[in-house]
Design a protein around this ligand. Structure first.
Ligand code: G6Q
Length: 430
């Protein structure tokens, strides 16, 4: 039912039947959300940018610092802007603050409270709060309240993606994920991609002591995938307790990080090749770019495979010495420099290759990592679907906000008390 109402809405926005308050077509879609209500949709929309409907642009606002929303709104025309407020609970401080600011901006610009109905829709499980915010529940798209944010891009949380790429492409994205679900459920374990990825991760974490895992897309479209996987893996398996509450006595989820591989080569790869830590890496490589430009792709492929080969093979001191001598260095200089050029090799990489990043392939890739997370959670015996660790900070922030606004600090540890006192003095103009 939700997919059908998403389709009806997406179609009317894309074909121009849905008009803004002043009768103009929607040109800009702004997703307001944070965490799972931002990272997945932002990643998927960015990955599929080549498929965005002509004349539509997407923007993602998540951060509490007003600089982000001010920067985005400063470039937009209220009459042609649609806000998608994505919040499962509709009580998240960051999202509500940004949504309120967007609402003020819109009403100021269009001079009419009634404009909200044509420019705001909500993705949420909390109808009451959506209504209280002033969004007609007719314009609310629901999902199951047991879906954790980081697993929710397949639901109505993907509405911004669907608005940009169209509902057919969004359903292709779901179909790709479904194909991976089937593969995970049915493929024998030696051929089962999520099982293989999950086991490799446990192997390097628990038997080689790897502390981190790097994700390196050689596909510009996937530049936000590392941030999405960072949340997916770290919030799911960053746990220290078993399902029965007893402590887990091995390391669980490594620190997941990464970025576009080609850029990383000119920055942090030094540590991957010669640092003291073992950092297993995933290389994501497309045969063809989403936006092919003559002459580029062979170089992209060459760089990706050169890196995985170098990480695996490394370079011995003798090889380094011979290279230096062949490059014209004296025996003395070659002896001095060779130890610095030694690369141990044996650094594990997994290359995930695909033809071209279509919506189906993207769906399959994201589902692959979701199932990987599940495989690991079974081995570590944690609950990958809870996130109690993020609660305490949120609760303290609520209390702290009251103290900052009131200009009076409550009881705190000495370090926090000193920070707060300093800020309160500054805010009071001392
Ligand atoms: C994800 C987390 C978290 C959540 C955000 C936003 O798995 O639970 O990142 O998505 O805190 O929550 P709301 O969607 O309720 O605003």
């Amino acid at each position: 039912a939700v997919l059908a109402s998403m389709r009806a809405f997406v179609d009317t926005v894309q074909d121009g039947t849905w008009r803004g308050h002043t009768g103009k077509r929607i040109r800009d879609v702004v997703n307001i959300g944070i965490g799972g209500s931002d990272l997945g949709p932002a990643m998927a929309a960015t990955a599929l940018e080549a498929d965005w409907a002509p004349g539509l642009r997407g923007h993602f606002v998540s951060n509490l610092d007003g600089a982000q929303i001010a920067g985005v709104l400063g470039r937009l025309d209220a009459a042609t802007t649609l806000f998608v407020v994505a919040s499962k609970t509709f009580s998240t401080q960051e999202t509500l603050a940004n949504a309120q600011s967007a609402r003020r901006w819109l009403v100021d610009a269009l001079g009419d409270e009634a404009a909200v109905a044509r420019h705001f829709v909500a993705v949420s499980t909390n109808e009451e709060r959506v209504r209280a915010f002033g969004i007609d529940p007719q314009n609310m798209f629901g999902f199951w309240d047991w879906v954790g944010g980081r697993y929710s891009v397949w639901s109505a949380v993907g509405l911004s993606v669907a608005l940009l790429v169209g509902m057919d492409a969004f359903e292709d994205f779901l179909a790709g994920a479904h194909a991976m679900d089937e593969h995970f459920a049915q493929a024998p374990w030696p051929d089962n991609l999520p099982v293989i990825l999950g086991l490799l991760g446990v192997w390097y974490t628990d038997f080689f002591g790897a502390q981190s895992h790097v994700v390196l897309p050689y596909d510009w479209a996937l530049r936000l995938l590392p941030a999405h996987l960072q949340q997916l893996e770290m919030e799911s398996n960053g746990k220290r307790g078993r399902l029965d509450g007893t402590p887990i006595d091995v390391d669980t989820c490594p620190i997941v990080w990464g970025g576009p591989g080609n850029n990383g080569q000119h920055a942090f790869y030094q540590l991957l090749h010669q640092g003291t830590r073992l950092v297993p890496a995933d290389f994501l490589v497309a045969r063809e770019s989403r936006v092919p430009v003559s002459g580029h792709q062979p170089a992209v492929l060459a760089n990706a495979f050169a890196q995985t080969e170098a990480l695996m093979r490394g370079r011995t001191q003798d090889e380094a010495y011979d290279e230096l001598r062949a490059g014209g260095y004296s025996t003395e200089d070659a002896h001095r420099l060779a130890p610095h050029k030694v690369m141990p090799g044996g650094r594990p990489t997994t290359t995930i290759g695909y033809d071209r990043l279509t919506p189906e392939i993207l769906g399959a890739l994201v589902a692959l990592y979701e199932h990987k997370v599940f495989v690991q959670s079974v081995i570590w015996d944690d609950n990958p679907f809870d996130q109690w660790g993020v609660e305490l900070g949120k609760r303290l922030a609520g209390r702290m906000l009251g103290e900052i606004e009131a200009g009076e600090a409550g009881p705190h540890d000495p370090a926090t008390a000193a920070l707060l006192a300093r800020v309160l003095r500054m805010r009071a103009g001392d």
